[in-house]
Design a protein around this ligand. Structure first.
Ligand SMILES: [Fe+2]
Ligand SMILES: [Fe+2]
Length: 182
C-alpha cells in the first residue's frame, strides 16, 4: 500500500515538467520562516521602543507584523499545502531554514532609527527572496509565480513605508550602512 508520502506525488501537477519543484518548495519554506521571524521582530520592536514618537511608530510596526503573519505566512502555507508540504512542526526549525533571519537590533530602546533601519534591511532581504522565487517559477509554476509577484509588491510597499518613518539623520545612516554592504 502506498504511504502518504508517495501519494504526495499527486501534488504539483500544475507545474511545468521543467520546473524545479524541490527548489520551489525549499524557497517557499524559507520565505515562510522569514515571514514569521519578521512578524516576531516587528512585534518586539513595537513593544520595546521608547521616546516621543514611539507610539506612532509602534502602531506602524504592529500593522506590518499582522500583514507578514496573517497574509504572507498564511498565503505561503496555503501554497505549500497545495504542493503537499506542511510547514515545520518544530518552531526552532524556522530560524534554521530562514534565509533572511533578522538584522541586529539596537540595545538602546530610544534608538528608533536603528530599529527602523533593521526593518528596512529585513524588507530588502524579503524583496530579494521573492524576486528569486519569481525567477524560479516564471513561466513554469504560474500559481507560485503570481504569489511571488503579490508578496514582492507588498514588501516594496513595506520598504517604502518603513523608510518614510526614518528621521533625516536616520535616512543618512541607512544610506551609509547600505552602501557599506555592497
Ligand atoms: Fe512579508
Ligand atoms: Fe514586509
Amino acid at each position: 500500500m502506498e504511504n502518504v508520502k508517495d501519494s504526495r506525488k499527486l501534488f504539483g501537477h500544475e507545474l511545468s515538467p521543467k520546473a524545479d519543484i524541490e527548489a520551489i518548495k525549499e524557497k517557499l519554506l524559507s520565505a515562510y520562516a522569514d515571514e514569521w521571524i519578521a512578524g516576531y521582530y516587528y512585534m518586539l520592536t513595537a513593544e520595546i521602543i521608547q521616546g516621543p514618537n514611539s507610539g506612532v511608530i509602534a502602531e506602524e510596526f504592529r500593522k506590518e507584523a499582522v500583514e507578514e503573519i496573517t497574509k504572507h505566512a498564511s498565503e505561503i502555507a496555503k501554497r505549500l499545502n497545495e504542493l503537499g508540504v506542511d510547514p515545520p512542526r518544530d518552531f526552532t526549525k524556522l530560524w534554521s531554514i530562514s534565509s533572511c533571519k533578522y538584522p541586529p537590533i539596537p540595545d538602546d530602546p530610544f534608538d528608533i532609527d536603528g530599529f527602523i533601519i533593521a526593518a528596512v534591511k529585513a524588507e530588502i532581504c524579503a524583496i530579494n527572496a521573492y524576486k528569486e522565487l519569481f525567477d524560479l517559477t516564471h513561466g513554469v509554476d504560474p500559481a507560485t509565480e503570481e504569489l511571488a509577484e503579490d508578496l514582492l509588491r507588498d514588501e516594496v510597499r513595506h520598504r517604502t513605508e518603513m523608510t518614510n518613518l526614518l528621521s533625516k539623520e536616520g535616512l543618512a545612516r541607512l544610506v551609509k550602512e547600505l552602501s557599506g554592504q555592497h
